[in-house]
Design a binder for this molecule. Structure first.
Ligand code: APR
Ligand code: ZN
Ligand code: ZN
Length: 361
């Protein structure tokens, strides 16, 4: 029996989101119905609402979520009703050329639920990142559910489903930060601060936080930055070199997604160092660099999709580290809000007032 639940829907470009009743079908083969307990508010939700991703309105927003599996469809064996899960937006297929080569975190054919959730009049909804979790219940592909220790608070766990995983993964997976490394992080929002936490977890000795907002730099210090640089007051490339014996950092993580901050990252890294781009640029942005510098400075220039994470490997591990007190994920939850406060949370996000607002059900 299909169910009716309350959900946050974006009906048109730029208009405020509305709380609506939607219809969620029973899970079909390979699908799972999840009762959502918490869902973080991410920039990507706002991008959807503003029509910046595509025009497939109406969108069912929300994608940084944790909850309990209510029922599963035919053939689902990895999760069962009652399991506490974090939702991921890259359910790997196991069969594409990346998966077959043993690099499933690059999977080029990730899965979502096949059946559509709809408005009461039957209009099909487009769930954000194939999830749509600003809803009491949502329908996903079972591979989008990763079981973790239920002792963790749902508000904290959900954040691993997107931004926090992207940042931690940018440091530990993509950047391969190691013991004793120097790391600089440009842009210290939710993603950048997660990169700082990841760098610390990996044993980085020097962690330099760069931002244009002093409030973010204060947070970065609490998260484990050893030095902070306000790049409006100080040239960040000079400052990072100065803090690393004149050389530049081993790994520089760009968590803004703009050409000027990318250029800073490029020149603030040591010879043969690594730049990781985890901030997401917009289509009109262009980067210009002397090709001789790209060659002459060596090293690697990488981008990090979703922190190059493998949910089945990384989510349970990070939850365990959190439960052991070795990874303070709670620090990312600035506030918990109700389902009808998502629009207000977007405003706070734009003002830079929060790392994360999290809807709890
Ligand atoms: N130099 C340094 N920091 C900057 C600059 C700049 N020129 N411009 C903005 N920032 C800082 C902001 O002050 C803020 O602290 O970058 C941070 C961005 O943080 P958020 O807006 O909270 O965004 P976040 O959720 O961390 O995502 C960062 O990753 O996933 C992508 O789409 C997302 O591109 C975005 C990026
Ligand atoms: Zn694949
Ligand atoms: Zn997100």
């Amino acid at each position: 029996m299909a169910q009716q639940v309350r959900a946050v829907v974006a009906r048109g470009k730029g208009s405020p989101v509305s709380l609506e009743t939607i219809i969620v079908p029973d899970p079909g083969p390979g699908e799972a119905l999840v009762r959502i307990q918490a869902c973080g508010v991410c920039h990507t939700d706002l991008h959807y609402r503003e029509g910046g991703i595509n025009d497939d309105f109406p969108f069912l927003l929300g994608h940084e979520a944790a909850g309990v599996v209510e029922s599963v469809g035919e053939g689902v064996t990895d999760v069962a009703p009652g399991d506490f899960v974090i939702l991921n937006w890259r359910a790997v297929c196991g069969q594409c050329r990346a998966c077959r080569r043993g690099r499933p975190w690059y999977c080029f054919d990730t899965h979502n639920a096949e059946q559509k959730m709809t408005l009461l009049d039957g209009t099909e909804l487009s769930p954000a990142l194939g999830i749509g979790a600003f809803a009491e219940k949502t329908l996903v592909h079972a591979g989008q559910c990763t079981k973790v220790d239920p002792a963790v608070s749902p508000a904290v766990a959900g954040l691993l489903g997107c931004g926090v995983m992207a940042g931690i993964g940018a440091a530990i997976n993509t950047g391969n930060v190691g013991r004793g490394d120097s790391v600089a992080v440009i842009g210290c929002g939710g993603v950048g601060n997660a990169a700082i936490v990841g760098a610390r977890l990996a044993g980085a000795a020097t962690i330099i936080a760069v931002d244009i907002d002093d409030r973010k730099l204060e947070t970065a210090q609490r998260m484990g930055a050893t030095h902070t640089v306000n790049s409006q007051a100080t040239d960040p490339v000079e400052a990072i070199r100065g803090l690393t014996g004149g050389n530049g950092a081993d790994v520089v993580i760009e968590a803004v997604g703009r050409p000027e901050t990318y250029r800073q990252a490029f020149y603030a890294r040591d010879l043969a160092g690594t730049v990781v781009l985890v901030g997401v640029p917009t289509p009109e942005m262009k980067l210009e660099l002397p090709l001789l510098d790209v060659f002459g400075r060596g090293g690697s220039l990488k981008s990090s999709w979703y922190g190059d994470c493998l949910p089945s490997r990384d989510f349970p591990m990070l939850v365990d580290l959190h439960l052991q007190g070795r990874l303070d994920l709670g620090a990312f939850v600035t506030e918990t809000i109700a389902l009808d406060e998502v629009e207000k949370a977007f405003d706070r996000m734009r003002n830079g007032d929060v790392l994360r607002s999290v809807v709890v059900f």
